[in-house]
Write a protein that binds this ligand. Structure first.
Ligand code: AHR
Length: 369
């Protein structure tokens, strides 16, 4: 079936993930085959453990209209199945987001019979730069990079250009020129995630109270954009919410706990905590519990969608979780495959995110990771 999976013509307004499953089936080339088959067949083809409901779904109303193809990039076409692919993971795999992301890339490579070599920078940016250079020296002909930082990639980009190694970045952006430095970015709309987190906080607090922000690590677009979306929405919709404290918890559970312990000292009557990922939010729960708080005393809103965070909604500690889906394998390989075949690939592929609240947490828990 000759369908351009990355054809953006006729994009429709933003819809929910459920509706987008159907839209994606018509809009995405390489997934089209699966869409034509029964649900059971599709589910059985997901990376191990992933169901159709858990898979990433493109929000075809979001992102840039700009596209990139191999001719513009100045390369010859290639057959993905014959290529050696390098995957660079940024952070240590203590966070379920990272565990799930790496598993998704590895499972998809295995499913397609593609040779994959991997490296994990353990949250050290200089290590990630040498990791990616190492992947290229080991013969990686295509790269999938989950960047730790957004800036500072010049040495890698120059070498990739020299060696003609196309890059797909996932979950965070590399600051560079699309279709020159990299082919495409696949990830969420992080400003929108921040706005949706603010909407949940405003609802939880009835529009008034003191709120703290546990920031992610500095130096990447995810932290900047999640912060911007949250602050802008609070300023716009809830002038009686006061943002009284912000500090980085480095996207880790321990960081979230220790920053919240400090918060409790300086703001013992805090009403809400916005944690820019689940791990920090779970750390905040530990700190609040240790300070004698009960579930629901402090409204916590987080981002990611880990099983532990969703279970904390059921247990009453977390008010809501905005999803950030790390199952990038299928789309990352689809993008490289389409690019190699000479198709136009959008330079941004934005995925849609569900959200978890007290209303749906029990039912949706199986979709968490
Ligand atoms: O870049 C994505 C973010 O990085 C995830 O939300 C967070 O858990 C991770 O550390």
């Amino acid at each position: 079936m000759a369908i351009d999976l990355f054809d953006r013509a006729g994009r429709s307004p933003r819809r929910t993930a459920t509706v987008f499953t159907a839209v994606t089936c018509t809009a995405l080339t390489l997934l089209a085959t699966s869409c034509a088959r029964g649900e059971d067949d599709v589910a059985s083809e997901q990376p191990s453990g992933d169901t159709e409901a858990q898979a990433q779904v493109l929000d075809d109303a979001a992102g840039s209209d700009e596209t990139c193809n191999i001719e513009q990039f100045g390369m010859e076409g290639f057959d993905l199945s014959e290529m050696k692919v390098g995957f660079s993971q940024s952070e240590a795999e203590s966070n379920p987001f990272r565990i799930t992301e790496t598993a998704s890339i590895e499972d998809e490579a295995e499913k397609r019979g593609i040779e994959l070599i991997t490296a994990n920078a353990q949250s050290e940016f200089s290590q990630q730069i040498s990791d990616v250079q190492g992947l290229m020296s080991q013969g990686a002909e295509l790269l999938i990079i989950a960047p730790l930082n957004s800036d500072g990639w010049e040495p890698v980009l120059a070498e990739a250009e020299r060696k003609q190694v196309p890059i797909v970045t996932i979950d965070r952006q590399i600051n560079g020129t699309p279709c020159e430095d990299y082919v495409t970015f696949i990830g969420s709309d992080f400003v929108e995630q921040g706005r949706r987190a603010a909407d949940q906080m405003i609802e939880a607090l009835d529009g008034e109270g003191k709120v703290a922000i546990l920031l992610g690590t500095p130096g990447n677009n995810v932290t900047t954009e999640r912060t911007k979306g949250f602050k802008d929405r609070v300023a716009e919709k809830a002038p009686d919410i006061e943002l009284v404290f912000e500090q980085t918890g480095e996207f880790t559970r321990e960081g979230g706990q220790s920053v919240t312990e400090q918060l409790i000292q300086s703001e013992p009557d805090i009403d809400g905590v916005y944690a820019e990922n689940d791990e920090m939010g779970i750390g905040a729960v530990t700190a609040l519990r240790g300070a004698g708080k009960e579930p629901g005393d402090v409204k916590i809103v987080t981002i990611d969608g880990t099983e532990t965070a969703v279970q904390n909604i059921i247990d009453g500690w977390i008010y809501a979780v905005i999803e950030s889906n790390p199952r990038f394998g299928p789309l990352a390989f689809d993008a490289h495959e389409a690019f190699g075949k000479g198709e136009d690939v959008p330079v941004e592929l934005i995925i849609s995110d569900r959200e978890y609240t007290a209303e749906n947490a029990e039912e949706e828990l199986p979709n968490a990771y």
